[in-house]
Design a protein around this ligand. Structure first.
Ligand code: BGC
Ligand code: MG
Length: 555
């Protein structure tokens, strides 16, 4: 945190120009996957009043902002990422007034709120798509989406070879009013998520208006879903390869990361900047390289882009250091802060990615201290502060994620990182709902009773207390947080340290050390121990950093 950034208390209103706080440059942003955060009404699905009732927990954790995943009217084919009305709240999540109340209370606690915008596609039940299906070929209503004639003598083949991220062709054939097969429409995700035609001025104007709607309500920013997808290569050329398209990948494709997409963000930035209080845009963009990713955060575009390159690294010093250097250099080349992400609702939780069990937990603890010591903004996915693992054994009859179902491979499903958050008690769903409620849209494992917020609170060895301590120190130490000349990251080469050790300074007074190896390492004492992910023996002038651990020092 810089000193100008709000430490606690109300969000300052109306700052602009010289009064900018750049709060987002070093913010810790907590991702609320709304279905699974807290359920206020006992229907087994998390909701807006549930989040509101748990704001004291989030404020106490010490984060700066929340990003809430989509809560708009939706038939839930992709659990809210299929939006039927961008200006309405789905009844399962509450009402618009519930959102207003949540926003007011969050702001009163000094927490900013970022909402999720899904501009690449709508739901198939959005009024525009319903109208398009009923309208004739070549009509203005169809032109809002991407309808094309099929290939083959009778149009029986999809218009091109694009595959859906969720598996299978990215095209679905429609049926005309007379019952005969008609044109095809494009959906990069599920068939219930038709892609919009962003070449059309009307689509651009509509989304500017949707942004205004939420900005007028007072939101602090937007996480932009599939921010690299809206513009497609002219003529929709074939990919020309058979390998499957992954959302989480870095292939060069005719439907992702096209140069034309940046014009959209320039227009959005003008709108964001016209509001007081530094409203921000965060790109969920999967770009082929960190250089291409940096294009999304040029000064006249979005503020941040998720850094998935960091998430993709194994727990290995060399790989992490290379990703950190590359990210800082590329974001820095356009004057943007880096972001750091370890988990989200689309990827396997990092305790499990890092090996699971005791090793996975130890590494996740170390990774938390690494991430929170890096310059820039960090994202915490709900439950990572508890050390939740991926749930790998959800009974198949409970699996609901379209990515797992449509791909025909349950291992590709994302249900395992979306299991409701365990709050308290000893039996599932661990206080997720109101007292006495046993409803939970995905089942929580019987083994989570030691991983609840209640069980971990006050336990000095818990992941939760590690996050609380780290976040409190991050606020208190001027050298952490904002990427300024004084607090830039400087790698330290420690004499005698093996390659598995990472050490860096932030400013003059702070050092972070990480041992990614499987052997403890004895090193010269860098200063006074502030916080460690494992027990670190400190002797007069040497310290021992255990395997898979990290420590923060005051020099
Ligand atoms: C979201 C996913 C969603 C997809 C389609 C993503 O990037 O994070 O959860 O399935 O966009 O909207
Ligand atoms: Mg509910």
């Amino acid at each position: 945190m810089t000193t100008e950034t709000l430490a606690a208390g109300a969000v300052p209103a109306g700052e602009s120009g010289a009064g900018r706080t750049h709060w987002w440059r070093d913010a810790v942003i907590y991702q609320v996957y709304i279905r699974s955060f807290a359920d206020s009404d006992g229907d087994g699905v998390g909701d807006l009043p549930g989040i509101r009732s748990r704001l004291p927990y989030l404020a106490g954790l010490g984060v700066d902002a929340l990003w809430i995943t989509p809560f708009y009217l939706s038939p839930m084919a992709d659990f809210g990422y299929d939006v039927a009305d961008y200006r309405a709240v789905d009844p399962v999540f509450g009402t618009l007034d519930d959102f207003r109340d949540l926003l007011t209370d969050a702001h009163a606690r000094g927490l900013r709120v970022i909402v999720d915008l899904v501009p690449n596609h709508t739901s198939d039940l959005h009024a525009w798509f319903v109208e398009a299906l009923a309208a004739p070929e070549g009509s203005a209503a169809r032109d809002r989406y991407i309808f094309r004639d099929g290939r083959g003598s009778r149009g029986e083949l999809p218009p091109n070879d694009w595959e859906s991220v969720f598996g299978g062709p990215a095209w679905t054939r429609t049926v005309d009013a007379d019952g005969r097969p008609g044109q095809w429409y494009l959906h990069l995700f599920a068939p219930e998520q038709p892609d919009l035609n962003w070449e059309l001025e009307e689509v651009r104007a509509e989304f500017l208006d949707v942004l205004r709607f939420w900005l007028d309500l007072g939101v602090d920013g937007f996480r932009i879903d599939v921010a690299h997808g809206m513009v497609k290569a002219p003529g929709l050329p074939d990919v020309g390869r058979a390998d499957h398209v992954e959302l989480i990948g870095n292939a060069v494709l005719p439907f992702f990361d096209q140069d034309g997409v940046h014009e959209i963000y320039r227009a959005w930035r003008v709108l964001l900047d016209s509001y007081p209080g530094e409203r921000i845009g965060v790109a969920e963009a999967w770009a082929p390289t960190p250089e291409r990713l940096a294009n999304y955060v040029r000064p006249d575009e979005l503020h941040q882009a998720f850094n998935f390159d960091f998430l993709a690294q194994p727990f290995q010093a060399g790989a992490l250091r290379a990703a950190i250097d590359h990210s800082l250099a590329t974001a820095g080349s356009v004057g943007a802060p880096s972001t750091w992400v370890l988990s989200n609702h689309d990827t396997k939780r990092h305790v499990t990615r890092y090996g699971g069990g005791a090793v996975g937990r130890a590494r996740a603890r170390a990774a938390a201290l690494l991430m929170l010591a890096l310059p820039g903004s960090a994202y915490v996915y709900q439950g990572e502060e508890l050390g939740l693992p991926e749930v790998l054994d959800i009974p198949v009859e409970f699996l609901v994620d379209p990515q797992g179902i449509q791909s025909g491979d349950p291992a590709k499903g994302r249900d395992g990182c979306r299991v409701p958050l365990p709050w308290s008690g000893t039996v599932p769903p661990y206080g997720f709902g109101p007292a006495g409620s046993t409803a939970s849209w995905l089942p929580a494992p019987a083994s989570w009773s030691s991983l609840t917020i209640e069980a971990e609170s006050g336990d000095p060895g818990s992941m939760l207390e590690l996050y609380r301590s780290a976040l409190a120190l991050r606020r208190a130490l001027p050298s952490l947080g904002a990427q300024t000349a004084d607090s830039a990251l400087m790698w330290l080469e420690l004499p005698g340290a093996p390659e598995a050790v990472l050490a860096f300074r932030r400013g003059d007074r702070f050092v972070c050390m990480v041992n990614t190896g499987s052997e403890a390492v004895t090193l010269p004492a860098p200063g006074a121990l502030l916080l460690a992910s494992a027990a670190v023996p400190v002797l007069a002038d040497s310290i021992t950093l255990p395997a898979d651990s990290a420590a923060w020092w005051r020099v």
